[in-house]
Ligand binder design. Structure first.
Ligand SMILES: C[S@@+](CC[C@H](N)C(=O)[O-])C[C@H]1O[C@@H](n2cnc3c(N)ncnc32)[C@H](O)[C@@H]1O
Length: 209
């Protein structure tokens, strides 16, 4: 996450806190591989996590609380917003963000860790299309500053691997569906690969071109 956030000025961090800027973590599960809270908080972002599972929300909330309590907030010039975990279906949240107290315009980064892989083709397409439309279109991201981070095992990195628990999709599928929703070309700006349960998993960051 620190490589995605890059180095930011104090001015930028304060503006983010003032404007309630968020990283939307979709399906945090047990919070494995979630963004490091200290890094995101010091960058001025609030973590807003949504999971459909009550158990996942409880574990995620406890984990975030522990991290939050360990952060030295006295170093910050302005009080940042504490992380929030909401039990909700993501598709419904995209359609009605106000129902969970969320303004999607405040989301600078969508963080989908091993989420798209567990969605059906239809749901994955509709979610990516909608994220593209809301956050990477000319209207949603005039300054081309928003990011979508998708962490998944991709088909091209795992030839011959049969996955029972998730669907291996291609980068092309993810980027082209986001791009269709955005109505403009997008590009992968960062990639990082690692092994996870015998699969090559890649974290890719997508932005408007
Ligand atoms: C494969 S797990 C990934 C968990 C975690 N991100 C990780 O990488 O370890 C998928 C998570 O998405 C959640 N989930 C599945 N469908 C969802 C939906 N429609 N809306 C919100 N969360 C959902 C599940 O409850 C689960 O916690």
């Amino acid at each position: 996450m620190s490589s995605i956030l890059g180095s930011t000025t104090i001015e930028e961090r304060l503006t983010r806190i003032e404007n309630g800027k968020k990283i939307l973590v979709v399906g945090p599960g047990l919070n494995y591989d979630a963004p490091d809270l200290e890094t995101t908080t010091h960058a001025g972002y609030q973590i807003f996590a949504i999971d459909i599972s009550q158990v996942a929300c409880k574990i995620s909330e406890e984990n975030l609380k522990k991290q939050w309590d360990a952060i030295d907030l006295s170093r910050m010039a302005m009080a940042p917003l504490a992380p929030q975990v909401i039990e909700a279906e993501f598709e419904t949240t995209l359609a009605r963000p106000s129902a969970v107290g969320l303004d999607l315009a405040s989301v600078d980064i969508y963080y989908l860790c091993r989420f798209i892989g567990c969605m059906s083709d239809r749901a994955a397409k509709s979610i990516l299309h909608e994220i593209g439309r809301i956050s990477l279109s000319q209207e949603g991201d005039q300054e081309k500053k928003k990011k979508v981070v998708v962490i998944n095992a991709y088909a091209e990195d795992n030839p011959g691997v049969k996955s029972k628990t998730s669907k291996l999709r291609s980068r092309e599928f993810i980027v082209s569906t986001l791009s269709l929703g955005a109505g403009r070309p997008l590009r992968i700006t960062k990639e990082q690969m690692y092994m996870y349960f015998k699969k090559n998993v890649t974290a890719m960051t997508i932005i408007a071109e």
